[in-house]
Structures are given as structure tokens and as C-alpha cells.
Design a protein around this ligand. Structure first.
Ligand code: HQG
Length: 182
């Protein structure tokens, strides 16, 4: 049983293309876990039937908190590209948040600020270790930008909780970002 493949497939279904699985996300991004399992099992891609225990196992062994299981429902905590905004909980973030990105993206970020790009929200990290990890997906030696969240909030930026290490927000103007390389 390939749990990494299953985790990627569940992320794909819950973040990007629920319709392919005949699923409909509610306004917080939840679907009934039974419907998700039926859809995946219907494809017959894995060497046996997938159960809720497989999902719990993925969540236990994962390096990141990607999914939430609650009362027979499951959702992705962050990463959505589906049209129709997933409702997130606004909250007060720590004073500094981080964003790990590639050197290549820096000229445009300097000009435009951080934009959600394909996703619904800009993703920020609560600590530099997570920002490094996010940035290394795109650059072996990523740039770690820092955001003064109090200054941003004073300028009207609303922050939302993704998981315990990921925060979400709308665009961040360049003036609110520090840490650009020389
Ligand atoms: C960059 C993964 C040009 C931005 C991760 C990033 C995270 C700009 C890329 C989560 C820009 C978007 C999200 C601008 C931002 N011009 N480039 N104005 N503004 N960018 O993947 O934050 O493992 O959509 O810096 O770990 O990298 O899938 O966002 O490089 O938590 O669970 O455009 O996804 O989680 O890339 O990653 P993404 P992200 P999972």
C-alpha cells in the first residue's frame, strides 16, 4: 500500500478537483470521509480497499498537518485552488511570519508583493524551518522573506489559520515584506 501516493491523491481531491471524485466541498472544505473512500476505492488504483485507518495512518506519519478528520468529515487545511473561497477562521498571527520562495520569484515579488498565484490564499509559515522546507520545493537554497504581521494588519490584511504552522492571507504588499536579497 503506497501511502504517499494516497496522500497526494487525497490532497488533489480535496484541494483541486473534488468533482473528478463526485465530491462537493462544503464552505469550510469538508466532505464526508465515506464518500471520499468510496470514490477512491471505485477507481481500484490501490492493491486493496482504502479505509479510514489508512487516512489516519497518513496523518500520523506525515511531516505536515495537511488534513483534518472531524465527525465523519475530512478536509484539507490549506492549499486550495477550487473556485469559491473556502471559509477560514480569521485569527491573530504571531508578530512575524515567514515565506520561503525561490530566487527566481524575487524580482516579481519585489514589484507585486506576495500573491496567491494559483491558490486561494498566500501561504505563510510560522517558523523558519517550515519556510525553508516550503522554499526548497522550488530552490535548493531558498530566500526566506519575513512579514511584520502587525504592520500588515494595520494596513487591513486579514490572516487566517491554516494549521499550527501554516497561516493564510490575501496579498501582501512589497512594503510589508523584508528579507529581499541584495
Ligand atoms: C510565488 C505546500 C511571482 C511564491 C507548501 C511561491 C505550502 C510569486 C509560488 C503550500 C509571487 C506559489 C503553499 C509574485 C508569490 N510573483 N511569484 N508576485 N507571489 N509567488 O505552491 O507558498 O506540501 O502556490 O513565493 O509546503 O510555495 O502541498 O505556494 O513560490 O504549505 O502540503 O509563487 O503548499 O504544501 O507556489 O506553497 P504555491 P507555496 P503541501
Amino acid at each position: 500500500m503506497d501511502h504517499t501516493r494516497l496522500s497526494k491523491e487525497i490532497a488533489f481531491a480535496l484541494r483541486h478537483d473534488p468533482w473528478q471524485y463526485e465530491l462537493e466541498l462544503d464552505d469550510e472544505g469538508f466532505v464526508p470521509v465515506g464518500q471520499l473512500l468510496d470514490a477512491i476505492n471505485g477507481e481500484g488504483k490501490y492493491d486493496r480497499r482504502i479505509t479510514e485507518d489508512d487516512i489516519r495512518h497518513i496523518m500520523d506519519i506525515s511531516d505536515k498537518q495537511r488534513f483534518e478528520l472531524r465527525d465523519g468529515m475530512i478536509r484539507a487545511y490549506y492549499g486550495h485552488t477550487v473556485p469559491g473561497r473556502i471559509r477560514k477562521e480569521a485569527a491573530k498571527p504571531p508578530p512575524i511570519l515567514y515565506h520561503g520562495t525561490s530566487h527566481k520569484a524575487i524580482p516579481l515579488i519585489k514589484e507585486q508583493g506576495l500573491l496567491p498565484m494559483q491558490r486561494q490564499y498566500v501561504h505563510l509559515s510560522a517558523d523558519t524551518e517550515m519556510a525553508q522546507r516550503v522554499g526548497r520545493r522550488r530552490d535548493p537554497s531558498p530566500v526566506i522573506l519575513t512579514i511584520d504581521t502587525r504592520a500588515a494588519a494595520a494596513r487591513g490584511v486579514v490572516f487566517y489559520i491554516g494549521n499550527d504552522r501554516v497561516w493564510l492571507c490575501e496579498r501582501i504588499a512589497p512594503e510589508l515584506i523584508s528579507g529581499f536579497p541584495e
